[in-house]
Design a protein around this ligand. Structure first.
Ligand code: ZN
Length: 106
């Protein structure tokens, strides 16, 4: 794997970008997704306006979750309400940092 710059990070999520090919990596709960910037943008735009309450499903233990499809046909992400909020906070942070790095380094 190439060298990456971390754009946003907490104990559950890391969003990083490859310094060479600019692929965006989202690490979450043991799953690593690689996005081109176009894919990442499309994914963010499509998912950001979704309202958690409109897509509720119940997990087998009764907990309310939202299942989000990704640009990868066989992979879906499962979020609790807290994880959902956290995820979009981190995505915003990553987009912000990405702009900063572009201003500084390119
Ligand atoms: Zn790379």
């Amino acid at each position: 794997m190439c060298k990456t710059t971390i754009l946003a990070h907490n104990e559950n999520i890391t969003i990083a970008q490859c310094n060479n090919c600019k692929v965006l990596n989202i690490w979450r709960a043991g799953v690593l997704m690689n996005f081109s910037f176009e894919q990442f943008n499309a994914f963010c735009t499509a998912t950001k306006k979704l309202c958690f309450d409109d897509y509720l499903e119940s997990r087998s233990d009764g907990k309310e979750v939202v299942i989000l499809s990704t640009p990868f046909p066989d992979i879906s992400l499962v979020f609790t309400r807290e994880e959902w909020q956290e995820f979009f906070i981190k995505i915003d942070e990553a987009l912000y940092m990405k702009r900063i790095y572009e201003l500084v380094y390119y």
